[in-house]
Every structure is written in structure tokens, then in C-alpha cells.
Write a protein that binds this ligand. Structure first.
Ligand SMILES: C[S@@+](CC[C@H](N)C(=O)[O-])C[C@H]1O[C@@H](n2cnc3c(N)ncnc32)[C@H](O)[C@@H]1O
Length: 236
């Protein structure tokens, strides 16, 4: 086991990195419940799908939504990003529709290999049970509705929700073609004044960057709300 994965070393690194992020976040946005963020971050201490600032930004975007907000996430994996969003929501009717095939099926070759390796390590065929367990352990079960489907099929399944969603977060298939198709499929779901955000903008997933860049130039999105790490958010 690599030195950085020793439990003691891992805990020290977590405390240092998360603590550093939280000191800045509490200064910047003292109005948000960063203790809740910390509770979720501790739960996902072993997760490596996003950085503290990226998770913090999702938490912030969700906290800034109106009460009873409706959210769609495309690409939930084991529910870490989903839980950070859930932690920021307010109201008993607030909900996240978590779209994922939960089998790591992706047209992005690099990702598909990574998922396959992870499923072997997990000894599981699906991440859905782990997703549900994470939500239950954090007390968010009533906020999540997993949509077990391919992204584009899910967009058809959820068609009645077009124009009603406060926040869409896309972190699914990272190929150029799939990201472009996701943008076309999911933008119509965002209500006027709502937010759409993407993970992996400007990351090694250059297809994602290209698709977002093209659609920005084409005027698909309104103003940029903010950027944190590789997350970019727009208000429509
Ligand atoms: C990078 S992971 C998501 C990580 C998660 N958002 C987080 O930060 O914790 C990408 C997920 O997208 C899912 N996925 C990839 N292509 C998809 C597609 N076409 N339809 C639905 N889900 C897809 C994979 O199964 C995987 O769980």
C-alpha cells in the first residue's frame, strides 16, 4: 500500500486539505452551513472523484437554490457529488434525480477501463446499492431518486420535467460526442434563471472542454456563475 494510503497519513492529509479549504470557504461564504459540508466530506474521505473546492462549490450552488429546488445530476457514480448537492438543499420536497447507468458504461474508452478496474475492486456489478447506502447513512434518502438509465434515455423518461429544474449537474460520459448530446438533451430541463454546471471543464477530458466551449460560443448558455477547479456553472 502506498504511503499516502496508510490510514494515519490519509487522515492527516484529509484534515490539512479539508481544513485549508474550509478556512477560506467560511471567510468567503460565512452564511453557509460548512459544518454540514464537513460531515459529508468525512463520510466520503476515501472518494477521489472531486477536490474539496469542487465539492464545496457544488454544496454552495445547491445552498443558493430556492427552497424545494429540483435537481438533475447526470453521472452519479457512488453518490458523492450527489450528497454534497443534497446537503445544500432546503425543504422537504427538494429532490435530486440521479441519472446513471450505475454500471460504468461509457463511450469514453479511458473512463470505461477505469470503471471496469473499480468494479473489480468493489466486487460489485453496480454502484446503485453503494449509492443508496451513502444516501441512507447521511440521512438524505428522501432527497434522492436514482434514475437507472442511459443519459439520453433518461432525458426521454423525464421529459415531463422539461423547464422545471433549478439545477442540472453533468458529469457523465466524457467523450466529446456524448457531452455534446448531454448538453442538447438536458439544457431544455433548466428553468429560466436556473443553473447548469459541468465537471471536467479544462481537465484531461478534452472532449468535455471542447463541447462546452463550442456551446458557449454558440450562445447556448447565459452568464457564467462561477468556476471551481474543473467545475464551470452557467445561469440560463
Ligand atoms: C465520473 S463518474 C461521476 C462521479 C460523480 N459525479 C462524483 O463526482 O462523485 C461518471 C458516471 O457517469 C456514468 N455514465 C457514463 N456514461 C453514462 C451515460 N451515457 N448514461 C448514464 N450514466 C453514464 C458512469 O456510470 C459513472 O458513474
Amino acid at each position: 500500500m502506498a504511503f499516502k494510503h496508510w490510514p494515519f497519513v490519509r487522515d492527516v492529509r484529509f484534515a490539512q486539505k479539508c481544513g485549508r479549504f474550509l478556512r477560506g470557504a467560511r471567510k468567503r461564504r460565512g452564511d453557509l452551513n460548512w459544518d454540514e459540508y464537513l460531515r459529508i466530506a468525512r463520510h466520503f474521505k476515501l472518494d477521489d472523484m472531486g477536490s474539496f473546492p469542487e465539492r464545496g462549490y457544488l454544496f454552495q450552488l445547491a445552498s443558493d437554490l430556492p427552497a424545494e429546488a429540483q435537481v438533475i445530476e447526470v453521472g452519479s457514480w457512488m453518490g458523492a457529488s450527489t450528497c454534497f448537492i443534497a446537503g445544500g438543499l432546503k425543504g422537504t420536497a427538494a429532490k435530486i434525480f440521479a441519472v446513471d447507468n450505475f454500471q460504468g458504461l461509457s463511450t469514453c474508452g479511458e473512463d470505461a477501463v477505469w470503471y471496469e478496474r473499480h468494479f473489480q475492486k468493489l466486487g460489485a456489478k453496480s454502484t446503485l446499492e453503494i449509492f443508496r447506502q451513502n444516501f441512507a447513512e447521511l440521512g438524505f434518502a428522501s432527497r434522492a431518486e436514482p434514475v437507472v438509465n442511459d443519459s439520453l434515455a433518461a432525458a426521454t423518461q423525464l421529459a415531463a420535467k422539461r423547464g422545471t429544474i433549478d439545477f442540472v449537474f453533468i458529469d457523465g460520459d466524457h467523450s466529446y460526442e456524448a457531452c455534446k448530446a448531454d448538453i442538447l438533451a438536458w439544457v431544455p430541463f433548466v428553468k429560466r434563471g436556473g443553473v447548469i454546471a459541468f465537471h471536467d471543464f479544462g481537465s484531461r477530458a478534452d472532449g468535455v472542454t471542447r463541447a462546452i466551449f463550442e456551446e458557449t460560443k454558440a450562445g447556448r448558455f447565459g452568464q457564467i456563475v462561477g468556476v471551481a477547479g474543473t467545475i464551470i456553472a452557467f445561469r440560463l
